[in-house]
Ligand binder design. Structure first.
Ligand SMILES: Cc1cc2nc3c(=O)[nH]c(=O)nc-3n(C[C@H](O)[C@H](O)[C@H](O)COP(=O)(O)OP(=O)(O)OC[C@H]3O[C@@H](n4cnc5c(N)ncnc54)[C@H](O)[C@@H]3O)c2cc1C
Length: 349
């Protein structure tokens, strides 16, 4: 008999894990309240580097090719634009950053991600440039709205999938039998993002809500052939339209737009470009962050029917597709998970 899964949350975590479970022959009901405060707000940028320390992003050699194939496949299936090629150009913040790039660009492990700096990069004229710039190979961004709508519409094609637009009611779940509103489930997987704070069974997990605000701006003259980066990102998303952001407001789960954030983003933008622009829109969202910057995957230590996939932090679009596949293999085929993501770390005595 098919195993039956109930998934709570249709952000990138819930959608990717639903897809992987269906591939492995499971049956899925996905419940979502219909209001999303993270995956839909995200800029969706895929950056294999961490500029602050000029290191590679965690497990990027595994995550990046998988994510790219995943989005390209979804694009083929739906005919919608999801993966948008846009090289990230890092304008160096200081001389040491440039020196670090120059050292790393010759190392084998960085070769797939760093273009070697050319005279054109040093003298790049389409942004305020004091220390030169470097281009990130294999960088792109995901159109988050198109992704969420396409991923759900693909799932709905399966006869083993059901979508319910509703708030999940914790009181209606029998954790011992797996019964929820008259239906029995083998596993209930919580993919609630920062809203995990309301979950009575996963209180031991501290998801730190990190608020982020993003501006959409219109400009006829800002450089649009690449994404610019220094203190903020400037991603060209359509004709003369750019996403600019984002703020990092720690321990903050409010979802209103603030003038303080808008001013901060605009100040950062002005240190990067001098062209004029108009702010078209402002949005706020909440990243589900963990103390050790690692996601959380696993089965509850006391309630074996309850599982969690959360803590995607600031990089959900890079890491979720691969982790979802690992998680489905863990749940259905008992394959081990990477030690760093284990839920067990929150229950250590
Ligand atoms: C401003 C900003 C910029 C970002 N930029 C990037 C970026 O450039 N690149 C990148 O990779 N990542 C980025 N991120 C991070 C990325 O968005 C997150 O890692 C990711 O969205 C987390 O996904 P999630 O599915 O865990 O949570 P969410 O997207 O929050 O999904 C959780 C879902 O669960 C539902 N839910 C919760 N509780 C219940 C309940 N009781 N009943 C029913 N439904 C429920 C919610 O309605 C929601 O739809 C950004 C985030 C923000 C806020």
């Amino acid at each position: 008999m098919r195993q039956r899964f109930l998934i709570i949350g249709a952000g990138i975590a819930g959608l990717t894990v639903a897809q992987e479970i269906l591939k492995k022959g499971g049956e899925v009901t996905l419940i979502d309240s219909g209001v999303n405060h993270s995956s839909r707000i995200a800029a969706g940028q895929i950056n294999p580097l961490v500029f602050r320390r000029m290191t590679k992003s965690w497990r990027v050699d595994e995550f990046l090719p998988f994510a790219r194939n995943y989005y390209e496949e979804l694009e083929k299936q739906t005919g919608r634009s999801i993966l948008v090629h846009s090289t990230i150009r890092r304008l160096f913040a200081h001389e040491q950053e440039k020196e670090l790039w120059l050292v790393k660009q010759d190392l084998e492990e960085f070769e797939p991600y760093m273009e070697k700096i050319t005279p054109n990069d040093l003298n790049f004229v389409h942004a305020k440039n004091t220390f030169g710039s470097g281009r990130v190979k294999q960088s792109f961004f995901v159109n988050s709205e198109n992704f969420l709508d396409s991923a759900l519409s693909e799932l709905l094609k399966s006869t083993n999938f059901q979508y319910v637009k509703a708030k999940f009611d914790y009181h209606d779940l029998n954790v011992n039998t797996g019964e929820y509103k008259g239906v029995y489930y083998d596993k209930i997987i919580f993919c609630e993002g920062f809203q995990n704070k309301d979950n009575p069974w996963f209180q031991a997990i501290k998801i730190d809500p990190t608020k982020g605000q993003v501006l959409t701006i219109q400009s006829d003259s800002i450089y649009s052939e690449e994404s610019l980066n220094r203190k903020c990102f400037v991603i060209p998303t359509a004709n003369n339209i750019f996403k600019v952001g984002s703020t990092y407001e720690w321990h903050n789960d409010t979802i209103d737009n603030t003038d303080t954030a808008r001013l901060e983003i605009e100040e950062n933008l002005k240190t990067l470009v001098s062209e004029s622009y108009t702010v078209v829109e402002q949005k706020a969202g909440i990243r589900p962050t963990t103390y050790d910057r690692r996601p959380i995957l696993g089965i509850h230590p006391e309630h074996e029917r309850l599982a969690i996939f959360n803590g995607l932090g600031a990089k959900g679009y890079l890491i979720a597709p691969f982790l979802a596949q690992e998680f489905a293999a863990y749940l259905i085929e008992s394959k081990p998970l990477d030690r760093e993501v284990l839920l067990a770390r929150f229950y250590k005595k």
